[in-house]
Design a binder for this molecule. Structure first.
Ligand code: PGA
Length: 249
């Protein structure tokens, strides 16, 4: 049985004061939670203070992106090691907003995955656009993104990956995929992981669904056999909504 995981992705939101008041609401609730992983991908600016505030709690902190080098003349970038040093335990990689706005390619995402594996757990995001879905290319696109990101990893490394299937047309649009569409795509993701590594790895890798997940639709996703949890953007910004979702995962 794979453990259930919920990840909140704050994106570019929140001051330190917002972050502090968020954890004051969230942490007391987490004391009664067992057997699920609660992760928060916070802005770099909040990370080290969040690490202090969350120390001793079960919440795992991470970042939303890293650069693919360890250090050097890369103005404005942050390495996996620096994120770890500031309190991160995981990083999102290849979120569709980064693929689209910052032109991240599968090759670049692969280099970030390799770099992250030295000190952080990578959460690799994949997803097709509406046009790709409408023209019957969704499976092929997802296969290409998974192979592009994960090829060449050892079995052991592959088992540490969390994959997030986030259809681009469902992110921030309020138009979530149906649980059946998501489950079918998760099965497809597992078959690609099997093809790349082995059946054992494909059974071990956690695969999350993301895209307009909210308290009132999340149960339908987590009841699907192939869905191990959710990656939540907008609805994770409100701690009481996030708590409702943790409860139902
Ligand atoms: P959303 O974002 O929940 O606001 O659709 C999900 C994500 O971008 O990870």
């Amino acid at each position: 049985m794979r453990q259930k995981i919920i990840v909140g992705n704050w994106k570019m939101h929140g001051t330190l004061a917002d972050a502090h008041s968020y954890v004051k609401t969230l942490l007391p609730y987490l004391q009664s939670i067992e057997g699920k992983r609660v992760l928060l991908a916070v802005p770099f600016t909040a990370l080290s203070r969040m690490a202090e505030w969350c120390s001793g709690s079960s919440v795992e902190l991470g970042v939303q992106n890293i650069f693919d080098q360890e250090k050097g003349p890369f103005t404005g970038e942050i390495s996996a090691f620096m994120a770890q040093d500031a309190g991160a335990r995981f990083t999102l990689i290849g979120h569709s907003e980064r693929r689209k706005i910052f032109h991240e390619t599968d090759e670049w995402i692969h280099r970030k995955v390799v770099r992250a594996l030295s000190c952080l757990q990578p959460i690799v995001c994949v997803g097709e656009t509406l046009e790709e879905r409408d023209t019957g290319k969704a499976n092929e696109v997802i296969r290409k993104q998974i192979i592009g990101a994960l090829h060449g990893l050892s079995m052991q490394e592959a088992c540490r990956i969390i994959l997030a299937y986030e259809p681009v047309w469902a992110i921030g649009t309020g138009m979530n995929a149906t649980a059946e569409i998501a489950n079918a795509m998760h099965k497809h993701c597992r078959s690609v992981i099997w093809e790349l590594f082995s059946e054992e790895v494909s059974n071990k890798v956690h695969i999350l669904y993301g895209g307009s997940v909210k308290p009132d639709n999340m149960e339908s996703f987590v009841h699907q056999e192939s869905i191990d949890g959710v990656l939540v953007g907008g609805a994770s910004l409100d701690p009481s909504q996030f708590i409702q979702m943790i409860r139902h995962i």
